[in-house]
Write a protein that binds this ligand. Structure first.
Ligand code: NA7
Length: 540
């Protein structure tokens, strides 16, 4: 490990932050608060990250507004009023712009700039960042706030080039209005993005054909105006409300039932599922504590949802195709919908089950499956993302001795605490693989990482430390621990993007840390209290 760093080497800025979404914005704010200079580069034409790009019809967060907000400023919470139970994309984007203005963050953000490479120099313990605008910036710390779901996956895009009409990806939606009125539209995929946009597109298009490879479990959102009483309570009990979220598993104020599904009678269980179904949202997964641990318990909840699908969808064959059977409920991100299954009762919506009739090819007129041709005017890819590692690996990141992150992670990501990678000193991944990240309320997890790093930077400054690196041993132990915990659950059973299964050739490794945000926070705090155990910190 490197020592004797030449700390007098000039840096342009203490910290470069890559990305200006929820993570990048708070990062900038926090750095200013502790007197460390920071500059952010953002590929988009505005701040907002995920919420800048995902503008597809119906785009909405599946975490409730009241929880999906920064908790670092009580004043911010009181100044901002959400309108709906679940925030729609335009409103979240307005919120993030409001935050950027309120905390005067824009002056440190350079938009429309893609970071192309980052390389570490062991002699000076500095990173050199290059951008697609030809800038070269030297900094002490490099913070990747690049997001977990920000590298869109476009299978068949090359093949689709033969198609005469327009094609879209939900994660790269145009900024101008897309009008499908009178059009024959296809959508490929039935994940969260598709499940949100299908009902909206169906209302506009002349005809919508849904190409489904894997059906997903979806719970009604029961969206509506925000509950002002609950909002008032959260204002009046700010500290308690926020602390509850931080001490929870998921990072929200949802109530999870500590009981086993087998501790009650069949009638009681049915009543609890029904109650949660009627309440709506992701809290359905919290009906019983063993849904994500015990296959039989899970099957009870899964069958409840399948029965709901059968009751909702009039055509029994379509209902059967829509009923998920190849993965436990919740082992893929549970979808939250508004009128999704109901939409299949519309006369202008057709479901194509790709397990029965796969796509053969794209043609100038549309899509050919093994059963015949679908003539189309537009195709929407709702095919997801190269999750958790895609955005990081799209940058050429070089650690000590030119070590490439792409090579290091060839067999899958390995990190210490989801925060650092051995061999890459002074480089941090906000909500990186190996942290709760996508299995939590992202805002809570982002804040926890940013706060933890702020304490670290202060510690380093106070102790004249210039370099920090995770040890190999700590990284090995953490990576093993992340997998061990995941293997106690049903999560690894699904071919989900949590394991990289949606990207052909991507190594299969379970990426998020499933033990929950409270356990994880304690772990990170213990590491810090224990003199940053597992990290090696060096002086000049
Ligand atoms: P997801 O959840 O990854 O969904 C992508 C969907 O696209 C899913 O149904 C895939 O089927 C389908 N897909 C992907 N590739 C293909 C090909 N080649 N052919 C047919 N169908 C395909 O992405 P989303 O954008 O919906 O949601 C991502 C996250 O954002 C979500 O979990 C929330 O956390 C927010 P598959 O299941 O792979 O068979």
């Amino acid at each position: 490990m490197g020592h004797n760093h030449d700390v007098d080497a000039e840096v342009d800025v203490d910290v470069v932050v890559v990305g200006a979404g929820f993570a990048g914005l708070y990062r900038l704010h926090k750095m200013r608060e502790i007197g460390i200079t920071a500059r952010a580069f953002e590929q988009g034409g505005g701040v907002g990250g995920t919420w800048y790009w995902n503008r597809y019809p119906g785009a909405r967060c599946d975490v409730e507004s009241i929880d999906y907000t920064y908790s670092f400023s009580e004043e911010l919470q009181r100044e901002w009023r959400w309108t709906e139970r679940y925030p729609a994309q335009p409103e979240i984007l307005r919120y993030l712009n409001f935050v950027a203005d309120k905390f005067d963050l824009r002056r440190d953000i350079q938009l429309e700039t893609r970071v192309e490479s980052a390389s570490f120099d062991d002699v000076t313990a500095t990173w050199t960042i290059t951008t697609d605008r030809g800038e070269v910036v030297r900094c002490r710390f490099c913070v990747m706030a690049t997001g977990c779901l920000s590298a869109p996956k476009r299978p068949g895009l090359d093949e689709a080039a033969v198609f005469d009409g327009p094609t879209y990806h939900t994660g790269l939606w145009p900024h101008e209005d897309v009008d499908f009125t009178g059009m024959r539209v296809a959508i490929i995929g039935t994940g969260s993005s598709a499940i949100q946009s299908i009902p909206q597109i169906a209302k506009q298009a002349a005809h919508l054909t849904v190409f489904q490879r894997t059906p997903n479990f979806s719970i009604p959102a029961r969206n509506g105006p925000i509950d002002r009483d609950r909002e008032r309570w959260s204002d009046e009990h700010f500290a308690e409300f926020r602390s509850l979220a931080r001490q929870s598993g998921f990072g929200s104020s949802n109530v999870f039932n500590p009981q086993s599904a087998f501790a009650v009678t069949a009638e009681e269980r049915e009543a609890e599922f029904e109650r949660r179904w009627q309440t709506g949202g992701i809290a359905f997964l919290g009906s019983y504590m063993d849904l994500l641990f015990n296959e039989e318990a899970n099957e009870l909840a899964a069958e409840f949802v399948r029965q709901k699908i059968r009751e909702t969808v009039h055509d029994p064959e379509v209902a059967e195709s829509l009923a998920p059977r190849n993965h436990p409920l919740g082992s893929k991100r549970l979808c939250i919908d508004i009128d999704y299954f109901e939409t299949y009762n519309r006369p202008n919506v057709t479901l194509v089950d790709l397990t029965k009739t796969p796509i053969v090819e794209f043609t100038a007129q549309g899509i050919r499956t093994s059963a015949g041709d679908h003539d189309l005017d537009a195709i929407v890819f709702a095919t997801g993302f190269d999750a958790m590692t895609g955005a990081l690996l799209s940058i050429d990141i070089r650690g000590r001795d030119g070590l490439s992150l792409r090579d290091e992670w060839i067999d899958g990501p390995r990190t210490y605490l989801g925060l650092m990678v051995s061999g890459f000193p002074n480089l941090f991944t906000i909500t990186g693989p190996g942290s709760p990240s996508v299995l939590s309320n992202m805002v809570i997890s982002i804040e926890q990482h940013v706060d933890w790093l702020a304490a670290l930077f202060t510690h380093m400054r106070d102790n004249e430390l210039v370099c920090i690196e995770a040890t190999d041993a700590a990284q090995d132990a953490w990576t093993a621990h992340v997998n061990e915990i995941a293997n106690l659950t049903l999560f690894p059973c699904a071919n989900s993007w949590y394991v990289g299964a949606n990207i052909p050739g991507k190594p299969r490794i379970f990426m998020p840390y499933v033990a929950g945000v409270a356990v994880y926070r304690q772990r990170c705090d213990d590491v810090a209290a224990n003199d940053y155990e597992g990290f090696e910190l060096t002086r000049a």
